[in-house]
Structure formats: structure tokens, C-alpha cells
Design a protein around this ligand. Structure first.
Ligand code: PLP
Length: 396
């Protein structure tokens, strides 16, 4: 669970952090330990582990050797003290909230958090008498004013899903510190390669590992990293609530993370090239990408991110029919509710991030009905641009 922040470059860290070994049987990689439980030769040695006098594992809902390596790697990449792993990103997010909040407390967050997170704030937390105030995402003064009114937890996400709004983590974390609130940042879109919320003042960083961290669209997982004292509480909740990550999934995520730096370089470059190509295109109304100088959050993004990420969004001219035409014509995309894979993925929020919302609610949230979210994969940028061109050419 505990990681050390090795002072090495991102690519070196992605490969080596927490995986220097030695591993059982002299294996070159951490094996998948598919054990539900761990057996001891005698009661004394079992007792010493169970009471924390010796290190070891008791039962895989509580801890597992393969999962523990993934947790240590996450902490190292995020530059935090510790991490704990979950079965999905939503399990990680809901566990943070249910582990740390009590009835009568209040969360301050943004309107543009991921759709599932929004549902937690609006439907589930109120049932436990925990209020969530969702502020205009880019109105920093309004968010600061809400924080100053008193809150237990500030929950941020940047860039946001799917309209790529940017929030100043450092500025809002300072306001939260003054109010004594815990700061949580969803770093799924950025990954530690592009942005480290902990260095900007966040107490906890949460990731859907299903996306860029794993990177191959073949596994689900969630990770939370941050201050050891908070991670211990969240980990304890996981032990009891049981949304533990399986060792098989931990292995797949670990394998993906070894190429995180390499992949993110290409995701960043492809998304930037495509966003530049589409900006000002005759058949596109708007392009949403924080790497464009015209993006309202570009200055903040340039300060707090080292790359702008692999996801962009755009609105083809011609309403939802244009979305249908373009999506159906694209050849180098997976039409799927997903992002962050090596293959390009595209879809409209109606069937992806905001499937739970009505058309009216999406309009209220500022999500255009003709928006396409486009997660640029690691293919050749020229091929992706040519594919977009042939699809856009069919629009009237
Ligand atoms: C920003 C963000 N956070 C959290 C999640 C939830 O992650 P998962 O699908 O792994 O539960 C997603 C999923 O799309 C996401 O995009």
C-alpha cells in the first residue's frame, strides 16, 4: 500500500516504480497471486500477521500481493504516501465519499464532474443527509465562496468529461485548506504523466484505471492515492464494503502502466494535432481541447499540466443527425462508452458519460446535443485526421 516517490523521470518510474523485485521464484515480473486466502504453517505466524506484528496477507478482500504492488506503483507515480485499489473507478470514488463523510456534512464540487459521480452527489449522498453543492465549474470565485461557507470535502475533476473544462487545483485547494476541507481530484483524463494533483495541494487523487492507466480497454479498476492517514481510512472501508480489485485485474493494469509515459506522449500529440486540425474547420462549430490557445482554460492548463491529454470533443454542424453521420462513417474508431485505450474511441455524451441525464439536464449542464467525445488513440495522427476528413466530407 505504501509507495516511495522515486526521484526519477516519468518513463523510468512507469517501468520500475514498485517493481524492482525480487519476485517469487525469481520471476521477472510480479506474478498474479490468485489466492482468495493465505495459509500459515502454525497459529503463531498467522497471529503475528493478523495483529500487524509481521508483514503478510490474510485474505484477498483485505490485501493481495499483486494488488499491493499496483498500489505502491500508483503512489510512486502520483508522488503520494500511499494508495488503495478498487474494482472500478466508481467504487474508488464512492468509497472515498462514504469512508470520509458523515451525516450533516457538506461537499462542494463542480457541475461538470463525471456523470456517475454527479449521481452520487445528487441521488445517493442526500439519502445519508450529506449535501453536495455543485458550482459552475469554471467560476473559481463562486467555488471559493461556497468553500468559505464551510465544507468537509472539496471534490474536483480536471479536465472534465466530456467538455474538457479546466479547474485551477492549486487555487481551490488553498481555499479548501483554509476551510479545513479534504481536497479530492479525479485525475482520470490527465493521468500522473500530465498532472499531479498532490503537488498542487490535493489530499487525494482518484483515477478510473479502466482508462489511460491500464490503456488497453481490457480491464476495469480504480485507484485512490494520497496522504497515508486518509488512505488507511478508505482502505479500511474497502476491506469492509468489499469493492476490492482482483489480482488478475491488478496485473493487467500494472502491465499497462509500464508504457504509460510512452502512450501518453502519443495520446497528447495525436489529440493536439486533431484539435488543431478541426479548429476552424468549415464543418465544425466548436472544438473543446485545453491544448488550444483559444480554450478558456488554456492558461491554467498550461500551468498545472505538462501535456493536455488524449481526449477532445467537437460539434459537427447539423445537430444530432450530423453526429450520427460522422460517427457511423468513421472507420478508425471504436463506437463505445469508453476512453483512454490504445485504439481511438468516439461517442456522444447521450450514450457515454451522461447517459443517465435527460436531454434537458444535458442542456442545463452545457453539453451540446451535437457533441462528439473523441479519445485519440496511439495510431498515426495522419490516419486519424484522414479518417475524420472522409467522415466530415459526407456532411451537407
Ligand atoms: C473522469 C471519470 N471518472 C470516473 C469514471 C468512472 O470509472 P469506471 O468506469 O472505471 O468506474 C469515469 C468513467 O468513464 C470517468 O471518465
Amino acid at each position: 500500500m505504501t509507495g516511495k516517490n522515486l526521484k526519477r523521470g516519468d518513463s523510468t518510474n512507469a517501468v520500475w516504480a514498485a517493481e524492482e523485485g525480487p519476485f517469487p521464484f525469481g520471476a521477472a515480473v510480479m506474478p498474479i497471486v490468485n489466492a482468495a486466502t493465505f495459509a500459515y504453517p502454525d497459529l503463531g505466524s498467522w497471529q503475528r500477521v493478523a495483529t500487524g506484528q509481521a508483514t503478510g496477507h490474510i485474505y484477498s478482500r483485505n490485501s493481495n500481493p499483486t494488488v499491493a504492488v499496483l498500489e505502491a506503483k500508483m503512489a510512486a507515480l502520483d508522488g503520494t504516501e500511499a494508495a488503495t485499489a478498487f474494482s472500478t473507478g466508481m467504487a474508488a470514488i464512492s468509497s472515498i465519499l462514504f469512508a470520509l463523510l458523515s451525516p450533516g456534512e457538506r461537499v462542494v464540487s463542480i457541475k461538470d464532474s463525471y456523470g456517475g459521480t454527479n449521481v452520487l452527489f445528487e441521488q445517493f449522498l442526500p439519502r445519508f443527509k450529506i449535501a453536495a453543492t455543485l458550482c459552475e465549474t469554471t467560476d473559481h470565485a463562486a467555488i471559493e465562496a461556497e468553500i468559505a461557507r464551510g465544507c468537509a470535502l472539496l471534490y474536483l475533476e480536471t479536465p472534465t468529461n466530456p467538455t474538457l473544462k479546466v479547474v485551477d487545483i492549486e487555487r481551490l485547494a488553498q481555499a479548501a485548506k483554509r476551510a479545513g476541507a479534504v481536497v479530492v481530484a479525479d485525475n482520470t483524463f490527465a493521468t500522473p504523466f500530465n498532472q499531479r494533483p498532490a503537488a498542487l495541494g490535493a489530499d487525494l487523487t482518484v483515477h478510473s484505471a479502466t482508462k489511460f492507466l491500464a490503456g488497453h480497454s481490457d480491464v476495469m479498476g480504480g485507484l485512490v492515492s494520497g496522504r497515508a492517514e486518509l488512505i488507511a481510512k478508505i482502505h479500511h472501508f474497502r476491506e469492509i464494503a468489499g469493492a476490492t480489485l482482483h489480482a488478475d485485474a491488478a496485473y493487467a493494469i500494472l502491465r499497462g502502466m509500464k508504457t504509460l509515459a510512452l502512450r501518453m506522449e502519443r495520446h497528447n500529440a495525436n489529440a493536439l494535432a486533431i484539435a488543431r486540425h478541426l479548429a476552424g474547420h468549415a464543418r465544425i462549430d466548436q472544438v473543446f481541447y485545453p491544448g488550444l490557445a483559444s480554450h478558456p482554460g488554456h492558461a491554467i492548463a498550461a500551468r498545472q499540466m505538462s501535456g493536455f491529454g488524449g481526449v477532445l470533443a467537437f460539434t459537427p454542424r447539423g445537430g444530432f443527425e450530423a453526429v450520427r453521420t460522422v460517427l457511423d462513417r468513421l472507420q478508425l474508431v471504436q463506437r463505445a462508452a469508453h476512453l483512454g485505450g490504445v485504439a481511438t474511441v468516439a461517442g456522444p455524451p447521450q450514450v457515454t458519460s451522461h447517459v443517465e441525464l435527460s436531454a434537458e439536464q444535458r442542456a442545463k449542464a452545457g453539453i451540446p446535443e451535437n457533441l462528439i467525445r473523441y479519445s485519440a488513440g496511439i495510431e498515426d495522427a495522419a490516419d486519424l485526421i484522414a479518417d475524420l476528413e472522409q467522415a466530415l466530407a459526407t456532411l451537407a
